[in-house]
Ligand binder design. Structure first.
Ligand code: NAD
Ligand code: DAU
Length: 350
């Protein structure tokens, strides 16, 4: 019986990873460690919460003593580390949260893993989930490869880059059996509506302005979240220790084009004239330090480990819009409370 710690399992991507592991590996005990920040929501895991191989631990990775005690008590065999502050705009208004969780929190986990595994690393694995934003911004052409030099521009991406370097340093210095993946933009069910796709679906539903940063010309490479979870599964089990894998769907969209697709799909499902909500598009002040283009080459993952995304984008967007429209209670719950204040503060000067 293996014990696997998944951090950030109540968040967007983490909840899909927890669900996959709980259902696919009944012989693993899965521990979901989460602080339940604004982005963490146990509603995301209702369907697995009573599984006999699922355990929830409420806690903060920034608390080093707590993390050390937890590792000493549970003696995990593996760690899949997703807990993070993840929203670029919030990192611009409050960088320190990102430094603490993304850097200090990661080092606490590395120290605890190193301590309990005591240099006997057989069968152990520390998997750090990271982002393509560490590579910086591309021009009109080219891709990010695993050996592309790091060039982060936001406090978020700089904190993730820093954590990636520290994870590699624990491998090179102490021999810790680490593995890292850097993924492109995810979309799908359960994403907190501060990120482009769920925020815009929610605003279209409520006939609210759609705040497009700058000219809407920035390009992102979109992957369905369940395909990210399946890549994490493959890499966790079959990737070579010490390696990095890029994850992406070769699916680039200019923001404004993606937004127009979203509008059409949501309008159609709400019984409106498809495209009629384009009148809600409002160009607002650009994000500071806004990266122009991300594009991932995931050839290494495809060739070495045989992973492929399972969904075409059109199908993924249909499923995503359906999920948010069918789960209005989920959306209403997460947008009650502090959400309105966040929204007003974030968008008031744009
Ligand atoms: P998210 O913001 O939806 O979820 C983060 C989770 O971490 C939440 O459940 C939150 O409660 C938890 N958390 C935050 N601080 C914590 C702390 N101090 N201690 C314990 N738990 C804490 O994030 P996400 O979009 O699911 O991203 C998950 C990971 O994947 C992150 O590491 C992110 O950098 C990476 N990533 C995200 C994307 C994307 O498009 N969303 C793409 C590539 C990589
Ligand atoms: O590339 C991977 C990264 O993708 C992850 O590491 C991050 O955790 C995740 O948040 C995401 O970062 P982005 O900044 O690319 O995602 P976001 O949804 O915030 O924005 C997508 C694009 O849409 C970006 O160019 C900014 C733009 N945008 C975003 C918002 C929230 C708008 O034009 N208006 C908006 O209101």
């Amino acid at each position: 019986m293996k014990k696997i710690l998944i951090t950030g399992g109540a968040g967007f991507i983490g909840s899909h990873v927890v669900r996959l592991f709980v259902n696919k590996y009944p012989d693993y005990q899965i521990y979901n460690l989460d602080k339940l920040t604004y982005a963490g929501n146990l509603e995301n895991l209702k369907d697995v919460e009573s599984a006999s191989n699922y355990n929830f631990v409420l806690g903060d990775i920034v608390n080093g003593d707590f993390i050390m005690e937890l590792f000493q008590k549970e003696m995990f065999d593996g760690v899949i580390h997703l807990a993070a502050e993840s929203h670029v705009d919030r990192s611009i208004t409050n960088p320190m949260e990102f430094i603490m969780t993304n850097i200090v929190g990661t080092v606490n986990l590395l120290n605890a893993a190193k301590h309990i595994w005591k240099d006997n690393f057989d069968g152990k694995r520390f998997y750090h989930v990271s982002t393509d934003e560490v590579y910086g911004s591309l021009g009109e052409t080219g891709f990010f490869y695993e050996d592309t030099a790091y060039d982060p521009h936001s406090p978020y991406s700089a904190s993730k880059a820093s954590s990636d370097h520290l994870v590699r340093a624990y491998h090179d210095t102490f021999g810790l059996p680490i593995i890292i993946s850097n993924c492109s933009n995810n979309y799908g069910p359960n994403q907190f509506p501060e990120k482009l796709v769920p925020l815009f679906i929610n605003n279209i539903r409520h006939n609210k302005a759609l705040p497009v940063y700058g000219k809407g010309e920035n390009v992102r490479d979109w992957l369905y979240v369940i395909d990210h979870a399946s890549a994490i599964d493959v890499i966790y089990h079959n990737g070579k220790t010490g390696e990095t894998f890029n994850i992406g769907g070769h699916n680039e969209w200019k923001n404004i084009d993606l937004i127009k697709v979203l509008i059409k799909v949501v309008d159609k499902k709400l019984g409106r004239e498809p495209g009629s909500s384009e009148k809600l598009i409002t160009y607002v002040t650009d994000r500071a330090g806004h990266d122009l283009r991300y594009a991932i080459d995931s050839g290494k993952l495809q060739k070495e480990l045989g992973w492929e995304p399972s969904l075409q984008f059109e199908e993924g967007i249909e499923k995503t819009v359906d999920w948010y429209l069918e789960n209005q209670e989920w959306l209403d719950n997460v947008t009650s409370g502090n959400y309105q204040k966040y929204y007003d503060d974030m968008y008031k000067d744009r």
